[in-house]
Design a protein around this ligand. Structure first.
Ligand SMILES: Cc1cc2nc3c(=O)[nH]c(=O)nc-3n(C[C@H](O)[C@H](O)[C@H](O)COP(=O)(O)OP(=O)(O)OC[C@H]3O[C@@H](n4cnc5c(N)ncnc54)[C@H](O)[C@@H]3O)c2cc1C
Ligand code: SF4
Length: 474
């Protein structure tokens, strides 16, 4: 374990942020990393619990061996810590930056509200590994002769492609967009994760034999049959792209947008993509209202501030959550509690228990959002209506499932009751025996760490399908 008395002697410490007034002036990452000695101190707090809840199913979806690498960092063996971390997670520099860290909620020390700063240690290990050249291509020693197509280069597709290439298969990734990464690149803003982290992983994977085909919309510009006929197995990892439609009165007014086109175009601009197909939407000098309470809504808030919005108000239908959860009812599971994202901390006005009744307009343009207070059943309380001034409204209510037109429709794969591609969490196979599915496309909108888990597990399932057995870890 780390230091036997570490948790008694050392306070929890996380990476600090640049002040909000500075960080809203740019789109780059703004965390100020801890020193090696500080990270080792945080790792030293780990108690190496007999049952490490951080690592188990309630904690880490990829089952990172957290107590082991905490101990290795404390012992100053960062290279072995990196090897250990990469044995369960293909992309720890992604999760070290943007995972909500269910492992920290599950940590035994969270019973005292001071969990081990697991995410901070994870990012430090991954960043040091890159800086020291420990992360290199790991091409397969022998080729299997089998060919696999992966549709989608989000975290699920990337993890699966890397695992399959390392198992010796010839892997081709088909991606609709001009660059790889899925929502990592086009949804999540650079200020949460800069895209150079994706680029160098793509380089690593290319050196491992993965071929990327960009600008190919399978089921639209390339028939699905070309993949099902031309490859020994196909993995669908196309994400859950259909936005939830609240069907609000006034939703078609000028100035009302879904969140994604707004985030995508800003990410394209930051990435110097020349051709931006989406019509320009900008929050500069505007009163912005964001409808929704999740990650996507938060990213709209942070992006709006960076574009120079005057006021950003975020509407959440849920009642104000408690500041501190009742540990004995929730631990080690993910609790509902009052959380403030770094974007919200940049100055967002937050309205809880706010039902959106409709969007008000004048001359075809949005001028405000009409709301009411929500009762316990999330229904509007009569007489509690209020209006929030708005020149720009973002609908960020999440995603209802994968897009059906194109890939899903043309392939004819069966869907589950929620409208996701039907495949179980063991075989990952769809109703077509040579087509597999993973990530948000299979499980519905989720997290990057779940997508990585599904990509890894689907790769093991495909390897078994192709060769009769697998040495890939699940
Ligand atoms: C704005 C936003 C912020 C988020 N923030 C976080 C966060 O902070 N932390 C976190 O853990 N999770 C976050 N998430 C969720 C996370 O990004 C997703 O759960 C994750 O990216 C899903 O990975 P995936 O590989 O399944 O799909 P995606 O990342 O959606 O990738 C799917 C890819 O498939 C491609 N594709 C789709 N159809 C086709 C086709 N027919 N042909 C070719 N290519 C196709 C798409 O272009 C895309 O590149 C966020 C999501 C959003 C929208
Ligand atoms: S639960 Fe916390 S203290 Fe226990 S092993 Fe995991 S990180 Fe260490």
């Amino acid at each position: 374990m780390g230091k036997v008395t570490g948790f008694l002697e050392i306070d929890r410490q996380e990476a600090r942020y640049q002040p909000a007034s500075d960080r809203i002036r740019h789109y780059r990452e703004f965390t100020l990393p801890l020193s090696d000695a500080e990270v080792a101190g945080q790792a030293a707090r780990c108690m190496d619990c007999g049952i490490p809840f951080c690592h188990g199913p309630q904690g880490c979806p990829v089952n990172n061996q957290i107590p082991d690498w905490n101990d290795l960092v404390y012992a100053d063996d960062w290279e072995e810590a990196s090897r250990n971390l990469h044995s369960t997670n293909n992309f720890p520099e992604f999760t070290g930056r943007i995972c909500p860290a269910p492992c920290e909620e599950a940590c035994t020390l969270n019973l005292e509200n001071v969990p081990v700063a697991i995410k901070t240690v994870e990012q430090a290990i991954a960043d040091k590994a890159w800086a020291n050249g420990w992360i290199v291509p790991e091409p397969a020693a022998a080729k299997s002769g089998s060919r696999v197509a992966v549709v989608g280069s989000g975290p699920a597709g990337l993890a699966a492609a890397q695992q399959l290439a390392r198992a010796g298969h010839e892997v081709h990734v088909y991606e609709r967009e001009p660059r790889a990464g899925g929502l990592l690149r086009y949804g999540i803003p650079d200020f949460k994760m800069e895209k150079r982290h994706i680029d160098r992983r793509v380089e690593q994977m290319e050196a491992e034999g993965v071929t990327f085909h960009y600008g190919v919309n399978v089921g639209v510009t390339l028939p699905v049959s070309e993949l099902t006929d031309g490859y020994d197995a196909v993995l669908f990892a196309g994400g859950a792209e259909k936005p939830r439609d609240p069907q609000l009165p006034g939703q078609d007014l000028q100035g009302v947008h879904y969140a994604m086109p707004f985030l995508v175009q800003q990410n394209r601009r930051v990435g110097f993509e020349n051709a931006i197909p989406e019509a320009r939407v900008e929050a500069t000098a505007k009163h912005v209202v964001v409808i929704g309470g999740g990650d996507t809504a938060s990213d709209c808030v942070g992006t709006s501030f960076r574009q120079g919005a005057i006021v950003v108000t975020q509407l959440d239908i849920r009642p104000t959550p408690p500041k501190v959860e009742d540990k004995l009812l929730t631990w080690p599971y993910w609790p509902t509690k009052f959380r403030t994202s770094s974007s919200q901390a940049e100055g967002a006005e937050r309205e809880f228990a706010a039902v959106t009744l409709g969007i008000e307009g004048k001359n075809g343009k949005v001028v405000g959002v009409r709301c009411a207070r929500a009762d316990a059943k999330r229904q509007p309380i009569p007489g509690s209506e209020f209006l929030i001034k708005a020149d720009l409204v973002f609908i960020a209510l999440g995603f209802s499932g994968p897009r059906i037109d194109g890939l899903v429709e043309q392939s004819g794969v069966a869907l589950d009751k929620r409208g996701n591609v039907l495949a179980d969490e063991s075989s990952y196979v769809t109703s077509n025996p040579k087509v597999f599915a993973a990530g948000d496309m299979r499980r519905g909108q989720s997290l990057v760490v779940w997508a990585i888990r599904e990509g890894r597990q689907a790769a093991a399932a495909i390897d078994t399908f192709l060769t009769g057995s697998t040495k890939l870890p699940r």
